[in-house]
Write a protein that binds this ligand. Structure first.
Ligand code: URA
Length: 285
């Protein structure tokens, strides 16, 4: 990826910095090895080793029968996702405390994001708080620090909470997907599906009175709302807690990262925060 060491001296520092910035913008933010490697050449060499030139006798032999068709790759992948989601459901159901849940999630290998993330980002704030806030997935800062919403979006979230007299120790915060997707891409529907049993159980064990879904992904994952967030925000919905038919009120609102990019949308988010404050104060919705 990076210019080979012998060429690096031909680049000035500004060009190297610009190149690094370009890689980061393209989502290449993890150094897998310190020098570039042509993996196509590696596989060609492996193939040549495994299949040396045939002898004349081999060339005269009839070709071996074709193996039975393997199942289509898409099917195999779908089965693997379904298995991982089933395993997540079983592990989540077996966790009786948030600490136990955190441990089983840390040991879980069914979500590929774990392999590129630095660590599990489980929660921040205080379990048992009256309000629980759920975002989409950790970004680079969260991945480094192991806590949700500690980067720029998190600082805005702190200010939003302060505007209704709360700080992050008075709420409980988590994400629908607890491992950082590489390059901060949106988690795929498959990654989200595998992680869903974990966040559902985390909400159940944290036992908040009110749930706030930060952004479209959290709303769609937890509430199954298909509408866009700008239309759906500010409307209380029911979130089913566990399998016993109990629900708690859940409020979708705009994601702080979206508000950083679109300051004109803050008015709506502030209305949602006031709705949360009113709910906490026991005023009718
Ligand atoms: N965005 C999220 O959705 N979650 C975080 O933890 C940080 C940014």
């Amino acid at each position: 990826m990076f210019p080979p060491a012998r060429d690096a001296e031909n680049f000035d520092n500004a060009s190297l910095a610009a190149l690094l910035r370009w890689y980061a913008d393209m989502g290449v933010d993890i150094a897998v090895e310190s020098s570039p490697r042509d993996r196509f050449a590696d596989s060609a060499a492996e193939l040549a080793k495994a299949a040396p030139d045939p002898s004349p006798a081999q060339l005269l032999r009839p070709p071996p029968p074709k193996p039975l068709a393997a199942p289509p790759a898409a099917n195999t992948a779908a089965v693997a996702i379904a298995d991982a989601a089933a395993s997540a459901r079983e592990l989540a159901a077996g966790a009786n405390t948030l600490d136990e849940l955190c441990e089983v999630m840390r040991a879980f290998d069914g979500c590929a994001l774990k392999r590129t993330a630095s660590q599990l980002v489980f929660s921040d704030g205080t379990p048992g708080s009256r309000a629980m806030l759920v975002g989409e997935a950790p970004g680079a800062d969260e991945d480094r620090q192991g806590k949700p919403f500690v980067g720029r979006a998190g600082h805005l979230l702190d200010r939003m909470l302060a505007s209704i007299g709360l700080d992050r120790t008075q709420v409980y915060i988590a994400n629908s997907v607890p491992w950082r997707p590489p390059g901060n891409r949106t988690p795929t529907p498959q990654e989200t599906a595998v992680c869903l049993p974990f966040i559902r159980r985390q909400i159940e064990l944290a036992n908040p009175e009110f749930l706030v879904c930060l952004g479209a992904a959290s709303m769609q994952t937890l509430l199954g709302v298909k509408e866009g967030i700008t239309r759906a925000r500010g409307v209380w919905r029911d979130f089913p807690v566990g399998d016993g038919g109990r629900t708690i009120p859940a409020l979708p609102t705009l994601h702080p990262a979206y508000l950083l990019r679109t300051p004109s949308a803050k008015r709506g988010a502030w209305a949602d925060l006031r709705a949360l404050r009113n709910a906490l104060d026991g005023h009718p919705r």
